[in-house]
Design a protein around this ligand. Structure first.
Ligand code: ATP
Ligand code: MG
Length: 405
């Protein structure tokens, strides 16, 4: 079947009242960006639907990308026909051929914006229905809950027909909720948290702390590769790498062992907030889940969160590890996340961190280090790169990867 366009439905967008225009425009530009390497494809975001016109491009890779774009509820590959009813019969039968299984039910739904067309919607439903039924006598009609719905749309510039509805990623177009800073480690949880935040429309920038020589180039590359996976939903993501070595060494030297973790986290959060303020971020996101590890008790959150009034959003806070893993597998981050590279916290993790750190003590112990100077130097040495779909940061030729794969 030679599809001419993909028709995109908005879903949750439609309930957004007067903001709908911003939402649609944002979805349009996100889609154009995600499809930028298909120059023949044109995107037309309209009020009720978005039309992705293929101009001869293979629909398969396009649909694969569309599946990842937030704000798309469902989409259908569509064929544009000349305005003759015989062409509709033939196309309906050809499309059904690809989908029909014994015992399935179907219905035809027609929309007609061209009122001049010789047949009305009821007649089209009836006639296309009987043409299909004649070709596949095994099918039955079910107008309430059919397995296959053949959609016929009679417009000025042709008749458009489709019979397949594919589920999109849902959520809101990235950018409609404003900018957020994601604290991205190389673990399982934070990429999932990033995905969930992006799904609600947050334009996410990744912040990653690394501690050379205690952490390797591969650990940094892994976080970048995780960002590459997430960038497939938006076209590009900023990756901010903040050196954390001096801070960790200083904390290790000055702060009692039970509070190493808490004070490190306070510094991470301080730096993330500083970055947000600089770059127009409105909230910090992290991958904390309540009770998962020592630093993720409510007492610990209180002792860490103390450094800022900026919202700290934890999208996976109440999820079980198994639930988080399930999402990680679905979005394609799991296999990367479990690659065994030490991240900066694992190496400096005390053998027995306080599970219930005391807020006052955390403040006092932090005073043992030069917070301002350390932050200034870390921020001055920060690097920001843009990560795009298809980029490769993990070098598969290296022995270590050959072993892992
Ligand atoms: P994850 O699977 O996301 O690493 P985790 O269960 O291992 O989470 P922690 O290591 O305690 O938990 O980290 C809690 C959160 O702190 C992470 O989800 C992440 O948001 C942030 N974080 C930890 N290490 C880093 C890092 N090196 N760079 C940026 N953020 C980090
Ligand atoms: Mg971790």
């Amino acid at each position: 079947m030679e599809y001419t366009e993909i028709m995109v439905r908005y879903g949750e967008l439609s309930t957004k009242g007067k903001n709908i225009k911003d939402f649609i425009n944002r979805l349009g530009s996100n889609t154009m960006r995600a499809l930028h390497d298909f120059p023949e494809v044109h995107v037309y975001p309209k009020r009720d639907r978005m039309h992705v016109v293929l101009n001869g491009t293979d629909p398969e890779p396009i649909m694969k990308r569309l599946k990842l774009i937030f704000g798309i509820q469902t989409f259908s590959p569509v064929v544009q026909l000349r305005k003759e009813i015989d062409a509709v019969y033939a196309a309906a039968i050809e499309m059904m051929q690809e989908q029909v299984k014994p015992g399935m039910t179907f219905k035809v739904s027609t929309k007609r914006s061209d009122k001049e067309f010789s047949m009305d919607t009821n007649a089209i439903n009836r006639e296309v229905g009987s043409a299909v039924y004649e070709a596949f006598p095994d099918l039955t009609v079910d107008v309430k809950n059919p397995d296959i719905e053949i959609l016929v749309d009679v417009r000025q510039n042709g008749i458009f027909i489709s019979c397949e509805t594919i589920k999109g990623a849902g959520g809101f177009p990235v950018g409609t909720a404003g900018k957020g800073m994601m604290m991205l480690s190389g673990g399982i949880d934070s990429p999932v948290a990033a995905y969930l935040g992006m799904k609600r429309g947050v334009d996410m920038e990744m912040i990653h702390f690394f501690s050379p020589p205690y952490t390797t180039e591969q650990a940094l590359a892994k976080s970048k590769q995780l960002t590459e996976v997430l960038s497939q939903s938006v076209g590009a993501i900023k990756f901010i790498q903040i050196p954390f070595t001096e801070i960790q060494e200083t904390i290790k030297e000055k702060v009692p062992e039970g509070y190493l973790m808490t004070v490190q986290r306070r510094l991470m959060l301080r730096l993330s907030v500083a970055m947000a303020e600089k770059r127009g971020g409105m909230a910090i996101f992290n991958g904390e889940a309540l009770g998962q590890v020592a630093s993720q008790t409510m007492e610990s959150m209180m002792a860490i969160n103390d450094v800022t009034t900026m919202p700290v959003i934890r999208p996976v806070v109440s999820m079980d590890k198994t639930e988080i893993i399930k999402v990680a597998e679905e979005i394609g981050t799991f296999d990367l996340s479990i690659m065994p590279f030490e991240d900066c916290c694992t190496i400096f993790a005390p053998p027995s961190p306080k599970t219930r750190p005391n807020l006052e003590k955390a403040r006092q112990f932090e005073e043992l280090i030069d917070v301002e100077g350390l932050m200034e130097r870390a921020l001055a040495a920060t690097k920001i790169v843009t990560i795009k779909p298809g980029e490769n940061y993990l070098n598969p030729d290296e022995d270590i990867f050959a072993e892992l794969l």
